[in-house]
Design a protein around this ligand. Sequence first.
Ligand SMILES: NC(=O)C1=CN([C@@H]2O[C@H](COP(=O)(O)OP(=O)(O)OC[C@H]3O[C@@H](n4cnc5c(N)ncnc54)[C@H](OP(=O)(O)O)[C@@H]3O)[C@@H](O)[C@H]2O)C=CC1
Ligand SMILES: O=C(O)C1=NCCCC1
Length: 343
Amino acid sequence: MSAPSDHAASCTLSFDALVSLLEKIFLRHGTSTEVARCLAENCAGAERDGAHSHGVFRIPGYVSTLNSGWVNGKAVPVVEDVASGFVAVDAGNGFAQPALAAARPLLVEKARSAGIAVLAIRNSHHFAALWPDVEPFAYEGLVALSVVNSMTCVVPHGADRPLFGTNPIAFAAPRADGEPIVFDLATSAIAHGDVQIAARKGELLPPGMGVDSLGQPTRDPKAILEGGALLPFGGHKGSALSMMVELLAAALTGGNFSFEFDWNNHPGAKTPWTGQLLIVIDPSKSAGQDFAERSRELVRQMHGVGLRRLPGDRRHRERSKANEQGIILDEQALAQLRDLAGI
Ligand SMILES: NC(=O)C1=CN([C@@H]2O[C@H](COP(=O)(O)OP(=O)(O)OC[C@H]3O[C@@H](n4cnc5c(N)ncnc54)[C@H](OP(=O)(O)O)[C@@H]3O)[C@@H](O)[C@H]2O)C=CC1
Ligand SMILES: O=C(O)C1=NCCCC1
């Protein structure tokens, strides 16, 4: 399942209807009600915001992973109050989003009292976009940064073979009189999900995204997926950020590096078994200036030098459109979702 194409017949669903359909799928494939709700809202939110590489396209992968026994869909996260500014969660081989939800109240309490707090999630699976994990903090006036590592498919700059994951970084900050400033980007030249979507559509990738099984540059997404690998974005710079993500999301949390898990005994498993780090800052504790006003001023100046699009603008346009007109899905994709839901 990928972005609705211009040619396929399509249908329109409300956000709530999509959440309820996805919830049925998760429940039918062995998650608890809490996990089903959490993942359904996350995935429907990505679809609503036009983040198609991590919207309903991912549902068959969630299902095959749950069916393979690789992940525990009923895991109950265990929250650990480690220190004044540090919370840890053992996700119990479950999904990262319910682990974040379980630790969130303590994390926010610590960030508001100490000015900054860290959340280290381990033993977790993250198969989604990262912005939904940070954006809500900014709506509460907090600054949030998160990183998560994935599975070996990216060649470190200057190396011969893949080692890193696609390792995204997401950031959210409040802004006066506007939506929070949010960006969310893979540290690979392209997200793995977008390579899969291009392969399915039979499209070539732009140059510089990946290499084939012989290490030669290729624009063919299938050659990248079948024995090839991705490159970091921006050469050595993206590679350094990806290395940082491995350190923060895995070494600091007690989770696996992207190269440390082996899902070969679980055919159908697609979710990386790694870790995730969040840092939450209360800007009201900083040096006296109103942070949200300063964000507004920065954006004003950026617009003043000709900037037309901030990170997050496209998502918010898609969100507004979907809230007014509904979420558009290909009929074929919807039929597949209904089938997976058993309805
Ligand atoms: N769970 C996991 O392990 C992984 C998840 N992912 C997810 O994949 C998704 C896609 O990542 P990626 O392909 O790198 O994202 P993109 O390259 O599409 O976008 C990255 C960021 O840049 C912004 N942006 C894009 N184009 C412009 C532009 N022309 N001007 C200004 N801002 C722009 C986007 O905002 P906007 O959204 O508004 O377009 C977004 O915040 C992310 O949500 C990421 O979290 C990726 C890797 C692994
Ligand atoms: O698109 C990606 O890259 C990934 N998304 C979900 C988890 C695996 C990597």
